[in-house]
Design a protein around this ligand. Sequence first.
Ligand code: NAD
Ligand code: TYD
Length: 355
Amino acid sequence: MSKTIIITGGAGFIGSHLVRLFVNKYPEYTIVNLDALTYAGNLENLKDMEGRPNYIFEKANIVDAAAVQALFQKYQPDGVIHLAAESHVDRSITSPLDFVYTNVVGTVNLLNAAKELWGPLPASPAGGGARFHHVSTDEVYGALGSTGLFTEDTKYDPHSPYSASKASSDHFVYAYADTYGLPVVLTNCSNNYGPNHFPEKLIPLMIHNIINNKPLPVYGDGNYTRDWLYVIDHARAIDLVFHQGTNGEKYNVGGFNEWKNIDLVKLLCKQMDEKLGHAEGTSAQLITYVKDRPGHDLRYAIDATKINRELGWAPSVTFEEGLSKTIDWYLSNTEWLEHVTSGAYQEYYERQYMH
Ligand code: NAD
Ligand code: TYD
């Protein structure tokens, strides 16, 4: 069945993988990538999508309600998959308001546009028809101690300005379902890694710094724990929930793959040494313990039983495989990394779309 789907944030890390998956898998759909191209948006992530008949790029800021309304009127989407966000915890500590504007106000603008376009809809548990899929994070649940897992019933307890803004956006999505009958689904995912990841986040930053023989900054004692998922497995989960999830429901997505930061960095150093032909231990010499992040959450870990049981989703790669593929991608895409670090990637839109 032909459908028009707006994917917000499609030029970012996860969004670019989702756009590619949908454009390739659903040739009968029209995929509209709505993205403001902030520092995190990089159309070089989607070079291979240019010229595809079912792919459209629209540069727009979701904080601009009129622009969002106009695009919804223009494309009349049957579905929205909302990923656009300010996504980096460290930036949220220095500029919290940017996170309120994009993550909260921007989300409400999208909800309003969907509500206006789709009109009053009785929430149908079976789903189908129009659907607003909100892509969120496990960080809304706060921090775990050394045991336990986040389930869909875990109470929200965000600590960073990033997670507080994402928690707020989740609440607005539920509020629009409860108040106006908007057909919504949510996914709350753990830390992603893979190709196209901006080198401010732990894994791509470490790869970048090893390539450039720079220190590897490990916050605090390095015993903080995250649950890592290969980005393509996240895109597969979004595809399943968008198409088969139940309206009004949320699904936790995670890799059943917990790593202490310091152990992860050591594994990465080992794989990098092997791939670069360096003596074992070379990269690990770059590890440098630095001042801790304020309000640093000790541990995140997802119980992904529901999506596994109800929709049959499971991660497709082990962490060792995924990490190895990720390193290989960065080593064979040095131009992407150079363009990101020099800022040249921000000229791509002008060259491609503004002549
Ligand atoms: P990212 O920072 O790589 O990309 C964000 C994208 O959103 C960029 O293309 C950027 O240009 C765009 N954007 C930002 N502000 C915008 C605005 N005001 N209007 C329009 N576009 C705007 O983020 P990501 O890591 O790909 O994360 C995508 C989504 O998934 C986010 O909602 C994030 O909260 C969520 N998430 C991320 C992770 C993770 O590990 N990266 C885990 C779970 C959930
Ligand atoms: P990050 O990739 O920023 O994701 P998040 O904060 O959303 O989990 O960080 C992952 C973990 O790595 C987190 O515990 C903070 C830590 N970290 C470092 O130790 N050094 C770094 O340079 C960065 C960016 C993160």
